[in-house]
Ligand binder design. Structure first.
Ligand SMILES: *Cc1c(COP(=O)(O)O)cnc(C)c1O
Length: 488
């Protein structure tokens, strides 16, 4: 009598049908990307679509085809917009087709990148080495791929905290520190710096926000005097964070000068290069980030200006031993063996907070190989040139006002008709931005500089063409006129 095998699996009963579905997904996905310019930069998700996301937990199978159809109907039509050529909000990459294939293949191989002896660790190791090469850190530095700039900064600042004094913070916690630690960054530093210090138990009060000059760079004299005052007060200055591209205006601190200050005061030098570390690739602008190679730790984002699909960032730490001493914890069940599956020289879980980790290295590795880093460097130069073009369009239009110097690829400006002043001017620009988003024409975001609300276009966009910039300024002027009446 035949025995009926009742073993269940998640593999498809019909591989051919699954294969056909996968081919359809590739066709649908690439058609969608190829035609992105024909669609709005952004549109709201309709209420009736949102209602679909409140259906109960599916107990019974819907089937792959039907689940995929839900993706096509409910998800695909309402993207954030960052794949679009006229998306310039916040600071985001666009992704690439091969990067998407990389995410697919990473999920196919599906290794856990915490450790073990398998080839994927060599892929990540190579990608991390390439990142060291990009910023000029020695190849024997430590590093690992992380979710993005926030985590990369957290990793760097954690090592900085743990090495600031002889106290063993891992055992005694921050209560064991001889005196409160102080970290320094400009007022323009990213919010993740404060979040890191909060998570590290040092508190946001441990972050000294140093004034900036007219170029929004950290004021070096102010920095040195506050370091001196803190030391005189019995605090322990620990770390200076340099900005390689601030989120508001794209300003780059004088990194070489910060390196000298850190050397003089024996401080950890961390660089937040989420935006600008990769400017080191750009032949025409790499001089702007000179000094980054002197950092003790660097945070890079790969899902921003290098367009690797979310998520991908990289934390680099010059002192590999210090990074390992901060994060390594090897219980019995994770002991490394000399041979076999549990051997291998690279256990990334010893260099960051995560144990189980995804194979995000593959999409980076494929992207770098596909295009070569020289092309990424040219694209960065191209975006910076576009930012200057946009600034020139703003300057040429009497009702537009440039609000900050353009250094990298961020342009802050506002609609400013004659005779309108704050607070009406801010309210006018706020409504203008919302109408611009709702029009679907373009999607910049906003910021506030010296208390003045302004539109902010960040151009780490490999799909933007020069003609798109004119479309933006024309739309801003037209909507601004509609809002402010016939006055101008
Ligand atoms: C985006 C950004 C971050 C945070 O990076 P995520 O990838 O969003 O986590 C940190 N610093 C700067 C300057 C940034 O632009």
């Amino acid at each position: 009598m035949p025995i009926t095998d009742v073993t269940e699996t998640l593999d498809p009963a019909d591989w051919e049908a699954m294969r056909a579905l996968a081919h359809r997904a590739v066709d649908d996905g690439f058609n969608w990307l190829q035609t992105v310019r024909d669609r709005p930069a952004w549109q709201p998700t309709p209420d009736k679509v949102i209602a679909e996301f409140h259906r109960p937990l599916p107990q019974e199978p819907q089937g792959a085809e039907s689940a995929y159809q839900d993706f096509v109907d409910l998800v695909l039509p309402y993207p954030l917009g960052n794949v679009h050529p006229r998306f310039w909000a916040w600071y985001m990459g666009n992704g690439t087709p091969l990067g998407a294939i990389g995410d697919f293949l990473a999920a196919i191989v599906n290794p856990n990148m915490g450790g073990g002896n398998h080839v994927a660790n060599h892929v990540e190791s190579q990608v991390v080495d390439w990142c060291k090469e990009i910023v000029g850190l020695p190849l024997d530095s430590g590093g690992l791929l992380v979710s993005g700039g926030s985590t990369a900064n957290l990793v760097g600042l954690t090592v900085a905290r743990n090495t600031a004094t002889a106290a063993d913070v891992r055992v005694a916690g921050v209560r064991g520190l001889p005196a409160p630690l102080v970290f320094y960054a400009s007022v323009e530093a990213h919010s993740c710096m404060q979040k890191s210090l909060e998570l590290l138990g040092l508190g946001s009060g441990a972050l000294r926000k140093v004034a900036v000059n007219a170029e929004y760079q950290i004021d070096l004299n102010a920095l040195e005097s506050v370091i001196g005052a803190d030391r005189a007060a019995g605090l322990v200055p620990a770390c200076v964070v340099g900005n390689a591209g601030t989120i508001n205006t794209g300003a780059v601190d004088d990194l070489a000068a910060l390196a000298r200050i850190c050397e003089r005061h024996k401080l950890w030098f961390h660089v937040d290069g989420a935006i600008g570390a990769v400017v080191a690739l750009a032949p025409k602008h790499r001089h702007l980030v000179a000094g980054i190679e002197e950092a003790d730790s660097v945070a890079l984002d790969l899902h921003k200006w290098l367009h690797v699909p979310f998520e991908a960032g990289c934390a680099l730490v010059r002192d590999r031993g210090a990074q390992r001493a901060t994060f390594s914890l090897t219980p019995e069940y994770l002991q490394h063996a000399a041979r076999g599956l549990a051997s291998g020289p690279i256990w990334f879980s010893e260099f960051g907070p995560q144990l189980s980790r995804g194979f995000r290295a593959l999409k980076v590795w494929l992207s770098f190989k596909e295009h070569g880093l020289a092309k990424f460097g040219r694209l960065i130069d191209q975006n910076i040139a576009q930012a200057h073009e946009l600034a020139a369009l703003v300057r040429a239009e009497p009702t537009l006002e440039l609000m900050a110097p353009v250094v990298l690829n961020i342009v802050c400006f506002r609609y400013h008709p004659a005779g309108v002043a704050d607070p009406e001017l801010s309210a006018l620009n706020q409504e203008l931005l919302i109408r611009l988003h709702e029009s679907g024409i373009a999607a910049p975001s906003y910021t506030t500089l010296n208390g003045q609300y302004c539109l902010r276009a960040a151009l780490p966009n490999h799909r933007t063409q020069s003609s798109d910039l004119r479309i933006l300024t024309d739309a801003v002027v037209r909507i601004g006129r509609e809002l402010s009446g016939p006055r101008t």
